[in-house]
Write a protein that binds this ligand. Structure first.
Ligand code: SF4
Length: 461
């Protein structure tokens, strides 16, 4: 009998031993379980990374990282110990081959990007931009993106407990880097959140609020509970989704007594009012899913909220094979009761070309993961098309594979097109990474760059 392309095998979760790192060799279970200890011991720079990993970390790696931070990084470094511990989980830094394993590690590849990871030919696509989804253009009030008719995104704060190298909100989130100054909110936080609530109260067509940032785990719990409670007082709001990668990066926070008790209060009110509260998290690699993460997800479900769902990002070298996506999805579903929901193509932010997949590759991946998971838990692979919104990768209307330009249409007006009669007839474009194109396509982009032809290429934006 021939083998199946993917063979399912249930794998027990495993918390790697943090004591293999010289800097944490004396850290107790109790310290590790403390969210305060985790936050206080985040790795924020190369010196701290060296202190934790010790002499086993190669000098060449540090120089590679230093150059990236100086010349390419769009996000500053911030990695909770919980996440560091999932990198190269089976090897101590003193073991032979540790630095090579660190270079190859999927979590390292997006949390600690180094210069040699990036493309030197086209580090950025010519159409890449900060705020590549144009969220700020669609702010109804500061921080509240009204892109879809019935849904809004509330960016309640610009920080997270962890900073991911590929962050789509690199425009706003995190500390400035040598290459990116960050946008600053103009309004004070409470005024901003108040303005959001006023807008939603006055806009009954909106029924669904994604409470995001940043990461809601960085908003003091009483402030978050107050905001979500007030959302539930608005009659038209039926769905509330709390976005937190920290469920994986800092599960200790979601396991704390304060947060569990607070979420239980919110879930009780939500049930009474027939509102659904869900947590949306962001796990990209199966090795990130440890017993602590599973406990945090289950603790949240036990409070009575509707669901915990995962929205990962597809990245080359991180999760670009069907086996990696299926291993991750099965681990989420079977071991943590987290619903595999979406995988996004990495957005077109500066210096992200080495991570990005072509639309054709994403379509292949979608095809290859079909039929193994239950239908309700088979993640959809999504292209977030600028000025359009989320589209399943097979919904493309035209695709020029030579130049790597896909064309998309939409069926609603975003916040910037309320009076645009042609918005629904127009095509909007998305771009594959140039280095993956055939020679003819690469030549076309080179000559276009040389001539500085305007960006139109048959598309409106
Ligand atoms: S957790 Fe989300 S918002 Fe925060 S840096 Fe990562 S991708 Fe960006």
């Amino acid at each position: 009998m021939l083998e199946q392309p993917y063979s399912y095998q249930r794998r027990e979760l495993h918390e790697p031993d943090w004591r293999r790192f010289p800097g944490w060799s004396g850290v107790t279970e109790q310290e590790w379980a403390s969210p305060q200890w985790q936050r206080a011991h985040c790795v924020k720079n190369i010196r701290q990374l060296r202190q934790v990993l010790g002499d086993g970390l190669g000098e060449a790696f540090c120089a590679d990282l230093e150059r990236d931070q100086r010349e390419r990084a769009t996000m500053s470094m911030l990695i909770p110990p919980q996440m560091v511990n999932t990198m190269v989980p089976g090897l101590a830094p003193s073991s032979a081959g540790f630095t090579e394993a660190l270079y190859a590690d999927p979590v390292r590849r997006y949390m600690i990007p180094v210069f040699s990871d990036r493309r030197t030919d086209w580090p950025s696509h010519p159409e890449a931009s900060r705020d590549s989804l144009h969220e700020a253009e669609m702010w109804a009030v500061e921080g509240l993106t009204h892109r879809y008719p019935t849904k809004v995104l509330a960016e309640v704060l610009p920080t997270c407990p962890q900073y991911c190298g590929h962050c789509t909100r690199m425009d706003l989130v995190g500390n400035p880097t040598p290459v990116v100054a960050k946008h600053k909110f103009g309004l004070a936080r409470d005024d901003r959140l108040g303005a959001m609530l006023d807008y939603l109260q006055a806009t009954p067509g909106v029924r669904d609020v994604v409470v995001s940032g940043g990461d809601v785990a960085n908003l003091p719990w009483p402030r978050l509970e107050d905001f979500v409670s007030k959302l539930m007082e608005i009659d038209s709001i039926r769905d509330i989704r709390l976005a937190t990668k920290a469920l994986m990066g800092l599960p200790q926070y979601w396991l704390s007594d304060e947060v569990r008790a607070g979420m239980e209060r919110l879930a009780t009110t939500a049930r009474r009012r027939d509102v659904s509260i869900a947590i949306h998290t962001h796990v990209n690699a199966a090795q990130s899913l440890t017993p602590a993460v599973a406990r945090a997800a289950k603790a949240m479900l036990d409070t009575g909220i509707r669901d915990v769902r995962n929205q990962g990002v597809l990245m080359r070298g991180v999760n670009d094979s069907p086996a990696q996506l299926l291993d991750l999805s099965f681990a989420l579903l079977d071991e943590a009761r987290i619903m595999p929901y979406y995988f996004y193509l990495c957005d077109m932010i500066p210096n992200s070309e080495h991570w990005r997949l072509t639309l054709g590759e994403a379509q292949q991946l979608q095809h290859k993961i079909m039929g193994y998971l239950p239908g309700f838990a088979t993640p959809r692979i999504i292209c977030d098309v600028p000025y359009v919104g989320k589209r399943w990768v097979h919904q493309v209307s035209r695709y020029d594979t030579v130049r790597g330009i896909s064309y998309w249409t939409k069926n609603y007006r975003t916040g910037v097109e309320t009076n645009d009669e042609l918005a629904l007839d127009r095509e909007y474009s998305y771009y594959d990474p140039i280095y993956r194109l055939p020679a003819e396509g690469r030549d076309w982009w080179r000559s276009r760059a040389a001539q500085e032809i305007p960006a139109a290429v048959g598309a409106a934006h």
